[in-house]
Design a protein around this ligand. Structure first.
Ligand code: C5P
Length: 276
């Protein structure tokens, strides 16, 4: 086996409508998701044992290797390989962590999806089918959409994925003020009872003016700096829309051109990208 590298792009929620809270406590969503050309990198190298090594600018913010979400993908891939009578050779995975952690752009789910793909490839499994997507969902709600890797509508808790054919690429700036936001805490901030409905679906998949992120208010309540980022992005000439992704704190500005220059703090994480 030759070493190989997989790209784990940042995911951006262009819309994230919360439709209610299910009996199991998870939230029913209707979301429009696209992918950036910035992301993490996972390199797979033959080894005597399964090991994870970490590098890149945000490696220090990650939990110890054993707790890493990649270890969950390894366990899931082993179970799938075993069920299908395939051998899964031990491998060293090196994660180059370029994305801020707990930041609403799916870093963990993107890593889990890329890891699952890489491990299954080692077992000779290259087609992502429903069983593999379900195993991904058990690791994280955003893993199925990250396995697809293309602009999608995402519904349910993340299990219903519909590719958006003909999606027009969007020029964007991603800004993270380097505060970590806990996803469960943001959902709790919605204060919905189990079984309670709220909100409306994404009415028009092609009309960004009607999209919203229902998690923005509870996220701003936990991390007010998110509000400041949004205000600064919205004030910049050439920004057509500024919004938060996922449960934050990363915010996104859609831009008319590459010359758009919002006034941002130099310590914030900023990435210019195209969403596809
Ligand atoms: O599945 P994932 O680990 O990405 O989700 C983190 C947490 O966010 C969940 O444990 C749950 O509290 C909350 N969540 C939710 N509804 C979703 C997705 C996540 O309530 N659709």
């Amino acid at each position: 086996m030759q070493p190989f590298t997989l790209f784990a792009p940042a995911k951006v929620n262009l819309a994230l409508h919360v439709l209610g809270r299910r009996a199991d406590g998870y939230h029913d969503l209707d979301s429009v998701v696209a992918f950036a050309d910035v992301g993490d990198r996972l390199t797979f190298t033959p080894a005597d044992d399964f090991t994870i090594t970490l590098g890149g600018p945000f490696a220090a913010a990650l939990p110890q290797a054993g707790d890493n979400i990649i270890a969950k993908s390894w366990a899931a891939a082993r179970a799938i390989a075993q069920k299908r009578g395939r051998a899964l050779p031990p491998v060293q995975v090196h994660l180059e962590k370029n994305l801020p952690v707990a930041s609403g752009i799916g870093g963990g789910s993107a890593n889990a999806a890329a890891a699952l793909k890489g491990f299954l490839r080692l077992a000779g499994i290259t087609e992502i089918d429903a069983e593999i997507a379900a195993a991904g969902l058990a690791i994280g709600a955003d893993v199925p959409v990250c396995l697809s890797g293309v602009a999608c509508r995402m519904q349910g808790v993340g299990e219903r994925i519909t590719p958006l054919v003909g999606f027009t690429p969007l020029r964007a700036i991603l800004v993270n003020p380097l505060v970590e936001v806990s996803t469960p805490a943001v959902f709790r901030g919605l204060a919905l009872e189990k079984g309670q409905s709220c909100g409306t679906p994404v009415a028009d998949l092609r009309d960004p003016a009607r999209w919203r992120n229902d998690l923005a208010s509870p996220a701003i309540a936990l991390a007010p700096v998110i509000g400041e980022v949004l205000t600064r992005l919205a004030a910049a000439p050439g920004v057509t829309r500024a919004f938060m992704s996922g449960s934050g704190a990363t915010c996104v500005a859609l831009c008319t051109d590459d010359e758009v220059k919002p006034e941002l703090e130099t310590r914030w994480w900023v990435a210019r990208t195209v969403l596809r």
